[in-house]
Design a protein around this ligand. Structure first.
Ligand code: AVI
Length: 336
């Protein structure tokens, strides 16, 4: 396939695929990642931690999909229901012909609940895994004969590096799934500022945010009875083993998830069942029985708490949609 544009740091853009005339593919340069160093720094000394991004190897991604089907894990279901009920109101509030940009689009499943109503000028999914990005984008152009897709293969964690070739016009950034809840407060603010910069002065952001609620509901959601969240949490050790030549035995740990009311977050940890020595990159580390490795925080916001965070990043609330129990929220925010 011909390359249109290949310059230092500029990334590449391909003309439409012959069989998919409305699909353009852009690849952005990726900064070198020191995943090994990051993991070893987090694991060598207590308090030990593994960043949640390491959950998502191919098995972890499948386990996450299964989590979203568990009866106790309400966020995906409640958010989907909000899209189903309010897609027309959302589209009316947003207005037609927006350039719709979704960082971390994955299988682009959620955006489908909005596409027909929104009728964007084009859809721009950003996804680090090229096979997911291309598979989902091809499906979309086949399913929606009026839709143009600019698929961008990029890591969005350090800013939205968008190709210059995107169509002009007002933008709608789309960040569903309460993924913002997995950012620590300062990185969350920084990330919202990246989104603010990417949406321009006449743009908006539509974002899904899980809300603070009774601890029993939250704790059940992260301790499903079928043990899928436990398997998801323990699987991170297999991924770490591959990345740092480690010999973690997941059977020697237990999944542990609870609500920390002081910091308003569900915490996930892996607790060592025994005194053990694990070897990582040829170095032994001693882990005592009962010691924990912190693997994830999932922050639960109040409506006002999230609006304050968004305000700080340069967004003004336009509309908010919530379910009756106030378990989950969708925020439409305008750039200021
Ligand atoms: C992806 N993220 C919003 C999920 C959450 O609820 O924080 C990840 C997850 N971890 C355990 N279950 C789901």
């Amino acid at each position: 396939m011909e390359t249109l544009n290949r310059g230092a740091g500029a990334g590449t853009s391909r003309p439409p695929e012959p069989e998919h005339q409305r699909l353009f593919v852009h690849t952005r340069p990726r900064p070198p990642a020191d995943e090994r160093g990051e993991l070893l720094r987090g694991l060598r000394e207590p308090p030990r931690c593994i960043a949640p991004k390491f959950f998502y190897d191919s098995h972890g991604a499948k386990l996450f999909d299964r989590i979203t089907e568990q009866p106790e894990y309400y966020p995906t279901r409640v958010e989907r229901e909000l899209f189903r009920q309010h897609h027309r109101d959302i589209a009316a509030a947003v207005g037609p012909e927006r350039l719709l940009i979704e960082p971390g689009s994955g299988s682009s499943e959620k955006v489908e609940l909005l596409l027909e109503s929104l009728r964007p000028s084009a859809y721009v999914p950003l996804e680090i895994t090229e096979s997911h990005l291309l598979g989902a984008s091809r499906q979309l152009v086949q399913r929606y004969p009026w839709l143009t897709v600019h698929a961008v293969c990029a890591d969005y964690s350090e800013g939205l590096d968008l190709p210059a070739e995107l169509p002009a016009g007002p933008r709608l950034l789309f960040f569903p799934g309460s993924t913002i809840g997995n950012f620590e407060p300062e990185p969350a603010r920084r990330f919202l500022r990246f989104l603010r910069r990417a949406c321009g002065d006449d743009g908006s952001l539509l974002i899904g945010v899980d809300l603070r609620k009774e601890p029993a509901v939250l704790e059940a959601a992260y301790n499903d009875r079928a043990g899928v969240t436990a398997a998801f949490n323990l699987n991170v050790l297999n991924h770490v083993n591959r990345l740092v030549d480690g010999d973690f035995d997941p059977a020697q740990f237990r999944h542990c998830a609870f609500f920390n009311g002081t910091d308003s977050r569900v915490e996930m940890h892996l607790e060592s069942l025994v005194d053990q020595t694990v070897t990582l990159a040829n170095s032994p580390i001693a882990i005592a029985a009962g010691e924990r490795i912190h693997t994830e925080n999932s922050y639960k916001y109040t409506l006002d708490g999230f609006r304050e965070l968004a305000d700080n990043a340069g967004f003004r609330p336009r509309e908010t949609w919530c379910d009756e129990r106030h378990w989950f929220s969708l925020h439409l925010l305008d750039a200021v």
